[in-house]
Ligand binder design. Structure first.
Ligand code: NAP
Ligand code: FE
Length: 373
C-alpha cells in the first residue's frame, strides 16, 4: 500500500567546499554559538571553514567545545547557558552525532531560559534557536533528523528528546571532513548508519518514501563496508577516500529514514554496550543484527521485509547478518548481574514497539545471553 506521508525540512548542501561556496546559508542570525568536541572539528578542517565563512559575513561567534562522546545532559545545559550569556541567536553544530545532538539541546535551552535541565525530556518545547549542522562522521544522520540522544543518570542511561524545530535548518555535507576518521570509527559510524536503514525499513511507521531512503542508503553503505573489509587492516586511510562520499550520502539517507520512523531494538540493547563497555555506538548496534533478523522473521510481514531488504543488497538475510556481525566484531562476556542491570536500563524504551516482532523482557535476556554468555 502506498503511503506518501513525509517531512524533512532541512536544506542539504552537498559537496567539496560546500561551506565556503555557500557561506551565506550559514547566516541564520547575528551571533552564532559553535558547538563541537575537543579535537575533530578542528582536525577535520570544518571549524576553520565555518569561522572563515562567518568572518566573511561579518557574523560574530563564540565556540563551546566541551562536547564529549555520548553527550551528558549537564554539558548540553552548560552550553545553553553559555549561548544565553553570549547573546547567540543561532547554533552551529560541528562533529559526529554527539556534538550535533548536543547542538539541538543547546538550541532548546538557549531559546527558553526557563527550561530546566531535565525539562527537555518532558516539556512541549515550542522555541528552539535555528541550527546549522556540519557532520564530520558518516553515521548518525543527526544533521537531517529531529532527535537528540543525550546521556543521563551518571552516564549509564541514554534518553532522546525532540521538538518540532530541532530539525537543523541547514546541513552542510562535505565528505572531506570525514577523511580524518580512523578505520575503526569509519566502520563503526557506517554500521550505525546501516542499522538506521534496516531498522527504519522494518518499522511499522515507515512509508513509501522513508523506505526509498532506507534502501538506497543501505546499498551505498553495504557496498562501501564490503570494499573496506577487503582492504588490509593497516591500509592507508587515503585508500578509503573513494568510500567517503557513498558513506556520507548513505548515512544522510539513513538519518532521513529514521526521521520518519525512529529506530528499532538494536539501539536500546546496544546503548548498554557503549555506556558500560565502551563499544562505539555503531558496532554496539550492529552486533545484534542476527537476533534482529531472527526475531523479526517470526512475523510474516517482518520476514517478507527482511527478504526484500536483503535482496536489494544482493544478499541473503543470513549473509547480510553474518557480514554485519563480523564487521561489528564485538567480543564480550557478560555476567547474569550485568544483564539484569542492562535490561532494567532499557526495558522501558519505545523502540521495541517499532519492529514487526515486539520482543519482551525475557527475549531481551535471551538475546544478551545468546550473544555474550
Ligand atoms: P561521536 O560520538 O560524535 O564521535 C566519536 C569520536 O569520533 C569522538 O572522539 C570524535 O572526536 C571523533 N571524530 C568525529 N569526527 C571525526 C573526524 N572527522 N576525524 C577524527 N575523529 C573524529 O560519534 P558518532 O558515532 O557520530 O555519534 C554517536 C552519538 O550519536 C551517540 O551519542 C549516539 O547515541 C548518537 N546518535 C544519534 C542519532 C540521532 O538520530 N540523532 C542517531 C544515532 C546515534 P571529538 O570528540 O573531538 O568530536
Ligand atoms: Fe544510531
Amino acid at each position: 500500500m502506498l503511503d506518501m506521508n513525509f517531512i524533512m525540512p532541512t536544506r542539504i548542501i552537498w559537496g567539496r567546499g560546500c561551506v565556503e561556496k555557500n557561506a551565506d546559508r550559514l547566516a541564520l542570525g547575528k551571533k552564532a554559538l559553535i558547538v563541537c568536541g575537543k579535537s575533530s572539528a578542528r582536525a577535520s578542517g570544518a571549524l576553520a571553514d565555518v569561522t572563515a565563512a562567518l568572518d566573511s559575513l561579518g557574523i560574530d561567534y563564540e565556540i563551546f567545545d566541551k562536547i564529549v562522546e555520548n553527550p551528558p545532559v549537564e554539558v548540553c545545559y552548560e552550553g545553553g547557558r553559555k549561548a544565553i550569556a553570549s547573546g547567540a541567536d543561532f547554533v552551529i553544530g560541528i562533529g559526529g552525532g554527539s556534538p550535533l545532538d548536543a547542538a539541538k539541546a543547546v538550541a532548546a535551552y538557549a531559546a527558553d531560559p526557563e527550561l530546566g535541565m531535565m525539562d527537555i525530556f518532558t516539556a512541549n518545547i515550542e522555541k528552539v534557536l535555528p541550527i546549522a549542522a556540519i557532520p564530520t562522521t558518516a553515521g548518525t544522520g543527526s544533521e537531517v533528523d529531529q532527535a537528540a540522544v543525550l546521556t543521563i543518570g551518571s552516564g549509564k542511561i541514554k534518553k532522546s528528546f525532540k521538538a518540532r524545530d530541532t530539525f537543523p535548518k541547514v546541513a552542510f555535507l562535505d565528505a572531506k571532513y570525514t577523511e580524518t576518521m580512523n578505520r575503526e570509527y569509519t566502520v563503526s559510524t557506517a554500521l550505525d548508519a546501516f542499522c538506521h536503514c534496516v531498522e527504519s525499513y522494518l518499522s511499522p511507521k515507515s512509508t513509501t518514501i522513508s523506505r526509498m531512503f532506507a534502501m538506497r542508503g543501505a546499498q551505498l553503505i553495504y557496498g562501501a563496508l564490503g570494499d573496506i573489509a577487503e582492504m588490509d587492516r593497516n591500509v592507508d586511510l587515503r585508500l578509503i577516500s573513494n568510500q567517503r562520499e557513498p558513506l556520507l550520502a548513505g548515512a544522510c539517507m539513513g538519518g532521513i529514514a529514521i526521521g520518519t520512523t525512529g529506530t528499532g531494538f538494536n539501539h536500546p540493547l546496544g546503548y548498554n554496550l557503549t555506556l558500560y563497555k565502551n563499544i562505539p555506538h555503531g558496532r554496539a548496534c550492529a552486533a545484534f543484527m542476527g537476533e534482529y533478523f531472527d526475531y523479526n522473521s517470526r512475523d510474516d510481514e517482518g520476514r517478507a521485509l527482511i527478504e526484500h531488504f536483503c535482496g536489494g543488497l544482493l544478499g541473503s538475510p543470513d549473509e547480510v547478518a553474518e557480514n554485519l556481525v563480523n564487521w561489528a566484531d564485538v567480543n564480550l562476556r557478560l555476567t547474569d548481574a550485568e544483564i539484569d542491570e542492562y535490561i532494567s536500563n532499557v526495558k522501558g524504551a519505545k523502540n521495541y514497539a517499532n519492529s514487526p516482532y515486539v520482543i519482551n523482557e525475557a527475549e531481551m535476556r535471551e538475546i544478551y545471553a545468546h550473544l555474550f554468555q
